[in-house]
Design a protein around this ligand. Structure first.
Ligand code: T4K
Length: 370
């Protein structure tokens, strides 16, 4: 057993000496939070980098999701995917909304647009798809359905930093998109998140909502929350943004090496290569089917025994957690694809400075060479 643990993700850090001057500036100007100068700079820099109109920074992606729903006044039922991190559906519950789970597409693992319409009822107000693993949803098909039924679309784009589709940033689709900048993400601010939108009035409302609902010093006209990103987090984001292209390039190389090493391994399937400019290589999921020599969980354990900590994102399905299990849409028969794939998926370590030797060791264990 190797003594060096390899985790599913490792935060991407800019050189410490590049971060120190930001800290010195914070120490000198004493603005620690509440929309200070680095917060404003990061919002502008991200709009430019991502090619979007407006960004409202948050202290994490979950609060950003909750606030996005509140800003759009979403109520009733929202159609979403069971194949995601639990925060997706929790953001609905926190708004008193019932999630209605719809099955996923077996190739993309994203919400299957062909199954959405059957789940729409008179209570449906919105669709909340997830660009799972940073691979774009079928944004056009989803928008067409939303337009036909007068529904809002709020993308959980937690994995989709920098992801592009045929017409530029994927974040420009839907009414709002929500990013996560958690330590494990492609772009991180330790903890953090953002709402992306194209309407300045919505951006102003979101700014109000993330600051308790204050209009001015003495007026609060809506029950907001504290969703503000601090200056240290924003400064870290600025320092990291200078290196993001190199980090994406390094991820791409890791992705290519995994694909090369795992081609033709019986029972192991990589998701279709999403191609240049589309994905951000944020995760490396493989599907372990019944023709492989071990079960998915046995392979997970074998890697763990060798100090390699892969993760079963996303198992269990959200719809199997106790607060969702009794919903009608959570039934096994409604979600056969999601159930099958959540039992097959294993996310292998993926981060910019993952050594080629480590990828070869991991894939060697999978190929049973080691
Ligand atoms: N929507 C979607 C689709 C999401 O995936 C997420 C979050 C959200 C919404 C909510 O966004 P946030 O509110 O989180 O901004 C991790 C993350 O905590 C979570 O952000 C992420 N999705 C989810 C997919 O993964 P865990 O419980 O797996 O994290 P953890 O602590 O086990 O970390 C995984 C590995 O990363 C560790 O084994 C070691 C390494 N690691 C982790 C941290 C935190 C480090 O090396 N350093 C670190 O600081 O949830």
């Amino acid at each position: 057993m190797s003594d060096k643990p390899i985790y599913v993700s490792k935060p991407f850090l800019p050189p410490l000496e590049e971060f120190t001057p930001y800290l010195e500036q914070i120490w000198s100007n004493k603005t620690l939070t509440n929309g200070g100068p680095f917060h404003q700079q990061l919002e502008k820099a991200l709009c430019k980098y991502l090619g979007v109109d407006h960004i409202a920074l948050f202290n994490n992606g979950t609060i950003a999701l909750i606030t996005a729903l509140q800003a759009m006044k979403i109520k009733g039922e929202v159609i979403t995917t069971p194949y995601s991190f639990v925060a997706t559906a929790h953001s609905l519950l926190w708004n008193g909304i019932e999630p209605v789970f719809v099955d996923i597409d077996p190739n993309t693992l994203n919400l299957d647009p062909s199954k959405i319409e059957a789940a729409i009822t008179s209570k449906t107000t919105a669709i909340m798809p997830v660009h799972c693993y940073g691979r774009p949803c079928d944004v056009e098909a989803i928008q067409e359905i939303a337009d036909r039924h007068n529904l809002k679309v709020i993308y959980d784009a937690a994995h989709a930093f920098g992801v592009k589709c045929h017409c530029g940033s994927v974040l420009n689709h839907g009414d709002l998109s929500v990013l996560s900048f958690h330590a494990t993400k492609v772009f991180n601010t330790f903890e953090g998140g953002a709402v992306v939108c194209s309407d300045v009035e919505i951006k102003n409302l979101i700014n109000q909502l993330k600051n308790f609902g204050f209009v001015d010093e003495v007026t609060v006209d809506i029950a907001g929350i504290n969703g503000k990103m601090s200056e240290v987090n924003a400064a870290f984001g600025l320092a990291q943004l200078n290196h993001i292209d190199d980090a994406l390039e390094a991820r791409k190389k890791v992705d290519a090496l995994y694909r090369f090493q795992l081609k033709n391994v019986n029972g192991i399937k990589c998701l279709e290569d999403a191609g240049e400019k589309v994905t951000n290589y944020s995760y490396f999921p493989i599907l372990v089917d019944e023709t492989y020599s071990l079960s998915r969980d046995q392979l997970y354990q074998k890697l763990k025994n060798n100090n390699i900590y892969s993760r079963r994102y996303f198992y269990p399905l959200i719809s199997d957690f106790p607060m969702y299990k009794t919903l009608r849409s959570s039934s096994f028969s409604n979600l056969p694809v999601a159930h099958r794939l959540s039992k097959q998926v294993l996310c292998l370590p993926m981060y910019p400075d993952l050594d080629s030797d480590d990828v070869i060791r991991i894939t060697g264990l999978i190929k049973n060479n080691l």
